[in-house]
Ligand binder design. Structure first.
Ligand code: NDP
Ligand code: MG
Length: 378
């Protein structure tokens, strides 16, 4: 029996993780649930899974939960991230959205835990600190992001030194075919709908700008120790091939399935075993697969990510945290869709460039990038 802590339990990844746990009650027990402020969803989950410990970041939501469950330990505020190092946990699932996912990741790795990692913002921003935590504590990361899970699976077909390229697929998002002049009319409601996947709001908007793919280029570089030149992105509108590995001999190994995150979540939880999954099987006779080059002019997020990856230092932080702030401004109606990239470029051009080798520097650059993105004027 593996004991699971779910960080971001009330979100899209968190709920799907709990769905996998419900299907395999003989294999997984839920030790901890951690969420931000959604007390009603959280309470329903606590009733169903009866975890040993609950983390609620928002202090008043935590009080509501405490009152309801006086027999369960409820932690609130920034201390919720310390739950990641508790003795009773075997696997910490990191489904927190945004930069905050960095804290449970580092704490879990320092404590020698296995982390099933969906949160990509953490490894983009804090790559060196994450590597250090894993080295010192002995923790390991198993990827949950579907592209990284696919590459992880495809890499078992050969030796790392014989890999030519990692090929990340991208659906192209909701506006894949929209002309450039139409992009400025895109509203937050339009951007919050994904053609193939059901996900949280921020990542869905990032999919439509291709910032999500840009973050994934950097995530792949971190997870698989790959250079910018070794990573290629291809648009694949059907989201059936989740990513590929091309070897030196020209063979390309692909991982395919229906677009359902429970597959990737379950693989990280059962690894190296495979077991029945609640996701629907893939009917190959109903698939038509197509691939083409991304349009970097309409979607500048992609070349910006390669630039951030090549320069390194605080540029990936400015890319991520500038984007988090820009998306928040887009949702508030302060920026148009096509101005998100301009806003992030503004933050990237002005952030103090430095090596991110301490938590202080990471927090400084994150704050500075958000302030720059918030001061950006059209
Ligand atoms: P959601 O917005 O659906 O969920 C985010 C979760 O994080 C919620 O449970 C939220 O709690 C919690 N949370 C946010 N801030 C805090 C905080 N300060 N303290 C504690 N908990 C917090 O996001 P997704 O599930 O879509 O995405 C999560 C991560 O996984 C992202 O990094 C995303 O890029 C990545 N990912 C997601 C995929 C998907 O299919 N959804 C696919 C691949 C990667 P509350 O509900 O209370 O606010
Ligand atoms: Mg992905």
């Amino acid at each position: 029996m593996k004991s699971i802590a779910v960080f971001g339990s009330t979100g899209s990844i968190g709920k799907q993780t709990l769905s996998v746990c419900s299907e395999h009650t003989d294999e997984f027990s839920v030790y901890a649930l951690v969420f931000g402020s959604n007390a009603s969803e959280g309470i329903a989950q606590i009733e169903k899974f009866r975890p040993r410990i609950v983390g609620v970041y928002d202090v008043s939501a935590a009080d509501v939960v405490r009152e309801r469950f006086p027999d369960i330990e409820v932690i609130s505020g920034a201390s919720v991230w310390d739950i990641a190092s508790r003795d009773g946990i075997d696997i910490a699932v990191n489904g927190v959205s945004g930069f905050n996912g960095t804290f449970p990741l580092i704490n879990a790795l320092k404590a020698g835990k296995t982390v099933a990692l969906a949160n990509k913002e953490s490894v983009v921003c804090a790559g060196e600190l994450v590597h250090r935590a894993a080295r010192e504590g002995g923790g390991v990361i198993l990827p949950v992001d579907s592209e990284q899970s696919a590459i992880f699976q495809c890499l078992s077909a050969g030796k790392r030194e014989n890999v030519k390229r990692l090929i990340l697929t991208a659906s192209g998002g909701a506006f894949r075919t929209l002309p450039k002049e139409e992009l400025e009319k895109v509203t937050p409601e339009m951007a919050a709908k994904h053609p193939n996947w059901s996900m949280g709001r921020k990542i869905t908007i990032d999919s439509s700008t291709l910032f999500n793919k840009g973050l994934e280029v950097m995530e792949a570089a971190f997870l698989f120790n790959a250079s910018a030149d070794e990573i290629k992105v291809l648009i694949h509108p059907q989201s059936i091939v989740h990513s590929m590995v091309e070897y030196k001999d020209g063979s390309i190994i692909a991982q395919m399935s229906v677009p359902d995150m429970r597959l990737a979540i379950q693989y990280a939880l059962t690894y190296p075993e495979r077991t029945e999954c609640p996701a629907a099987p893939l009917d190959l006779t109903s698939c038509e697969l197509s691939f083409h080059e991304p349009d970097c002019e309409r979607f500048p997020a992609l070349p910006m990510a390669y630039h951030a990856l090549r320069v390194g230092g605080s540029l990936p932080v400015a890319y991520n945290s500038g984007n988090e702030a820009a998306v928040a401004r887009f949702i508030k109606g302060e920026l148009r869709f096509n101005e998100i990239a301009d806003c992030v470029a503004y933050a990237m051009d002005r952030v103090d460039n430095m090596k991110i080798d301490s938590m202080e520097k990471l927090l400084y650059c994150d704050k500075q990038a958000r302030a720059l993105a918030n001061e950006f004027k059209i």
